[in-house]
Design a protein around this ligand. Structure first.
Ligand code: 5GP
Length: 187
């Protein structure tokens, strides 16, 4: 059952709204410096990266283009990565010759990003980097070179600030952990 109050299902807050805002501002400033004078395209991976992308792009003070992709790696209520990646929505413009930064919500096993990096490399960008809000290095199965990380978190399934459980909780302003009873399958 889902509680009527969005917050009632959350146990611990892992990253508060204030900490997210401060970190996004820092990342935006660093990216603005690192890519000054270059042609930067931010590629966000829907749907989980939506709030991060919206905040990060506005924390960047140089001109940027944005594009959106949607991939699926998790099915339904599953909280384990299958390693299977499907492209549900592709880029809408060419990234050839552009500096590209993939904007991700979270890197867990790394399988999704590993696939995306290879896919996007095939489109001949000038450079390809990764910016993730959250990193769970404990569960990494493939080596991924992450250029910008918001927060490194322990091996817990988190929701909020774009991240879902069964498509819910994306609209939380913070990142938290669900109470165990929320996962319980009703009889
Ligand atoms: P990976 O392929 O790195 O294992 O998984 C990446 C994707 O799995 C993320 O983009 C996200 O959609 C989902 N994911 C991984 N860990 C979590 C988590 O703790 N919470 C939620 N809500 N999604 C996660």
């Amino acid at each position: 059952m889902t509680a009527r109050d969005l917050h009632a299902d959350i146990g611990d807050t892992l990253v508060s709204e204030e900490r997210i805002a401060a970190r996004v501002a820092e990342l935006g400033a660093r990216i603005s410096e690192d890519f000054a004078g270059r042609r930067l395209t931010l590629v966000s991976v829907l749907k989980g990266s939506l709030p991060f992308m919206a905040d990060l792009m506005r924390a960047i003070s140089i001109p940027v283009r944005i594009d959106l992709m949607e991939v699926s790696s998790y099915g339904g209520a599953a909280t384990e990565s299958s390693g299977l990646v499907r492209i549900l929505k592709d880029l809408s413009a060419s990234i050839e010759g552009e500096d590209v930064l993939i904007v991700e919500d979270i890197i867990d096993t790394g399988l999704t990003l590993n696939y995306l990096v290879r896919y996007l490399r095939g489109k001949n960008p000038a450079s390809l980097g990764i910016c993730t809000l959250l990193d769970k290095p404990a569960r990494r199965l493939v080596d991924i070179n992450v250029n910008y990380t918001g927060f490194t978190i322990p091996d817990q399934f988190v929701v909020g600030y774009g991240l879902d459980y069964n498509e819910l909780y994306r609209n939380l302003r913070y990142v938290g952990v669900l109470k165990p009873e929320v996962y319980a399958v009703p009889e």
